[in-house]
Write a protein that binds this ligand. Structure first.
Ligand code: ZN
Ligand code: FE
Length: 257
């Protein structure tokens, strides 16, 4: 597995650095801000070996051009991205070799159409999922359909429970407030709110989370649960026939929460 460390950027972004013990080579994921990355590399005496992009949004890509001009490293990212700085285009199912590890690429459209995630299988698997899966939440649907995002959530739920989930934004407490509104009786949500409040009080990240935790607390990964369906039906005042409808309803509910 990688050693993974966040570089905070903007108001609530995390730029994740991937490295292996004993090496001074690192990769960064979604560097929206070059300055904070360059400062981190200089402070720790590190060389930038690669950049990984999950999707085209500016807060994930704006630092790429400047970092490439300083470090001349490859830029991995979705082949179909509107972002033009990608030098190593990737498709669903591709494997890339990075710092001695093989990373698998999975397309997870929904937040954007070009969105991909990066997965490292190991005893403790690691998932870099950009703006798709968040602690107790999921990304907004800027380009994709509820069906697509629901499919991405269903895919994530097939990963091992102990998979570490590295989200790109610190949205946890706001997401948890919504999760608690959907499932007031879910004690795993209540417990997670306390844990995250304690971490934020110390100015620490609440992520990574894990797939196992998300299956217990994340309404967007729980649209097959009766409690979530009941809440969605009550909120919308209609009967829902499948998990995709439930997902679409709670996504819409969250947009206006
Ligand atoms: Zn985004
Ligand atoms: Fe973002």
């Amino acid at each position: 597995m990688f050693n993974i460390t966040p570089i905070p950027a903007f108001d609530d972004n995390y730029i994740w650095t991937l490295s292996t013990t004993g090496s001074l080579e690192v990769a960064v994921v979604d560097p929206g801000d070059a300055d904070v990355v360059a400062a981190y590399l200089q402070d720790h005496n590190l060389n930038l070996a690669a950049i990984l992009i999950t999707h085209h949004h500016w807060d994930h890509t704006d630092g790429v051009e400047s970092l490439v001009s300083s470090y001349d490293c490859p830029v991995y990212g979705p082949a179909d991205s509107p972002f033009k700085g990608i030098t190593r285009p990737l498709e669903d199912g591709d494997t890339l070799s990075l710092l001695g590890h093989n990373i698998r690429v999975y397309a997870v459209p929904g937040h954007t159409l070009d969105h991909i995630s990066y997965y490292l299988a190991s005893d403790t698997p690691q998932l870099l999922c950009g703006d798709t899966l968040f602690l107790a939440g999921c990304g907004r649907l800027f380009e994709g359909t509820p069906e697509q995002m629901h499919q991405a959530m269903s895919f994530f739920s097939t990963l091992p429970d102990n998979t570490e989930v590295y989200c790109t934004h610190e949205y946890s407490l706001a997401n948890l407030a919504f999760a608690a509104a959907v499932e007031p009786g879910n004690s795993a949500i209540t417990d997670t709110i306390q844990r995250c409040k304690d971490l934020r009080a110390d100015n620490l990240p609440t992520v990574p989370t894990s797939i196992g935790t998300e299956k217990q607390i994340n309404p967007f990964m729980r649209s097959t649960e009766a409690s979530v369906r009941d809440a969605a039906e009550q909120h919308c005042g209609v009967v829902m026939n499948n998990a995709t409808e439930v997902f679409a309803a709670i996504r819409e509910w969250k947009n206006n929460f």
